[in-house]
Ligand binder design. Structure first.
Ligand SMILES: Nc1ncnc2c1ncn2[C@@H]1O[C@H](COP(=O)(O)OP(=O)(O)O)[C@@H](O)[C@H]1O
Ligand SMILES: [Mg+2]
Length: 384
């Protein structure tokens, strides 16, 4: 849909902000432009909707040179979201969101009905409709910004550091919400950030830019993490690249042991059988199957298991849904060094040792099978 073909931007003072950049931006996915401050991200984004005109090269939208379209038509197809949302302070939330539909000539009632529908879509309570922007938190304002950009249902969203000014917890919520919206609506999103974690989390494709507006690498995030193109990309990805890459490997291949799991009402024979197993610890579950804690088998007395004396089992991982990174994290945090796996209803599905997680990691690396991500929902599940 959007093809950036050898585009250069030279500002009048001679600054080369973008240097012969070529990118094919896939339809219906999130493409992230990431790189240090001043590397030309905003300039690139603004060339897509012609807020900035390229000095050289062409941008094709659906195969048509963007300069051949009237600028208003071009921009109507592209919602634009910026940091701090950029809301109209003197308009209510519902009227902020209804801005573009009103400009397109929709009646006030129809535009407001659409605005209310979008408030729900971005997770804003209907009671905010009549408030003014200053009466909302930064994160809520950012949601309004997203709703406003979606109002006329444009196929493309351009987002320039939309979540950079909010605190980490709110930011995570906004990111999850964006993945969900993308999954539901299938928009083509070009998302600018300087935060590599955000890029890896959100991007189906990630373009890493270096100072001077040159492309360092354009790849799916799993590939960036496994095969950074050069030292610049490697540095930019940071020190824990190997651990972060595990987010892209599913825990589905882990072999779960069910033998070391007993219920709180276990008989003497059941406990004795566990003691004969190779696992040094036993996981005790409630009658509902939920994990309660760990114990050495010889400390358990049939019929009188003292739940208060069990070692805590910490947060389990969801077998097959969570990533190898989540499983490893559980094992590392567990007092026994064993991770607890649960099914999606929270019942113990088995246990797995650090050693067998390490085996699975080696196997996954050998097979090179980082899971491809095409949609947001999948990404949300794999990354934790
Ligand atoms: N209007 C302008 N005139 C001259 N230089 C500019 C202008 N806008 C941006 N620049 C320069 O172009 C480079 C890229 O800027 P920008 O695209 O805003 O980077 P980023 O968004 O990655 O931080 C920077 O060196 C910046 O100073
Ligand atoms: Mg910028």
């Amino acid at each position: 849909m959007i093809r950036i073909d050898s585009v250069t931007k030279r500002y009048p003072d001679g600054t080369v902000a973008v240097d012969r950049l070529s990118l094919d931006i896939p339809d219906g996915a999130i493409t992230v432009l990431v790189g240090p401050s001043g590397c030309g991200k905003t300039t690139t984004l603004r060339m897509i909707n012609r807020m900035v005109e390229p000095s050289d090269g062409t941008i094709l939208i659906d195969g048509v040179d963007s300069r051949q379209q009237p600028v208003n038509t071009l921009r109507r197809g592209m919602g634009y979201v910026i940091q701090n949302a950029g809301l109209f302070q003197h308009r209510t939330i519902v009227d902020n969101i209804a801005t573009v539909p009103r400009m397109l000539g929709w009646s006030k009632d129809k535009a407001r009905a659409r605005a209310r529908e979008l408030m729900e879509r971005v997770g804003l309570d209907a009671s905010f409709a009549k408030r003014y922007p200053y009466q909302l938190s930064g994160g809520q304002q950012q949601r309004v910004g997203v709703a406003r950009a979606l109002a006329a249902d444009p196929p493309v969203l351009l987002m320039d550091e939309p979540f950079s000014a909010v605190d980490p917890v709110v930011r995570k919520g906004l990111q999850d919400e964006l993945l969900r919206i993308q999954d539901e609506l299938g928009k083509t999103i070009v998302f600018v950030t300087h935060d590599i974690d955000e890029a890896v989390k959100l991007g189906t494709m990630v373009a890493v830019l270096r100072t001077g507006g040159r492309l360092a690498q354009f790849a799916p995030p799993a590939e960036l993490l496994s095969d950074p193109a050069d030292a610049f990309v490697e540095d930019f990805l940071g020190a824990d690249r190997g651990i972060r890459r595990l987010s892209f490997f599913s825990s589905a291949g882990l072999e779960l042991l069910t033998a070391p799991v007993v219920a709180v009402d276990a008989t003497a024979e059941q406990i004795a059988a566990r003691g004969a197993d190779e696992a040094p610890y036993v996981l005790v579950t409630g009658l509902d199957g939920r994990p309660l804690g760990w114990s050495e088998p010889e400390r358990l007395t049939a019929g009188q298991i003292d739940v208060g004396r069990l070692l805590p089992c910490g947060r389990p991982f969801v077998a097959g849904q969570d990533s190898l990174r989540a499983a490893l994290d559980c094992a590392v945090l567990s007092p026994t060094g064993w991770a607890v796996a649960v099914d999606d209803e929270g019942r113990a599905a088995g246990v797995v040792s650090q050693a067998s997680i390490a085996d699975a990691i080696r196997g996954a690396h050998a097979a090179g099978r980082a899971e491809p991500r095409t949609t947001g929902a999948g990404a949300e599940k794999v990354i934790r």
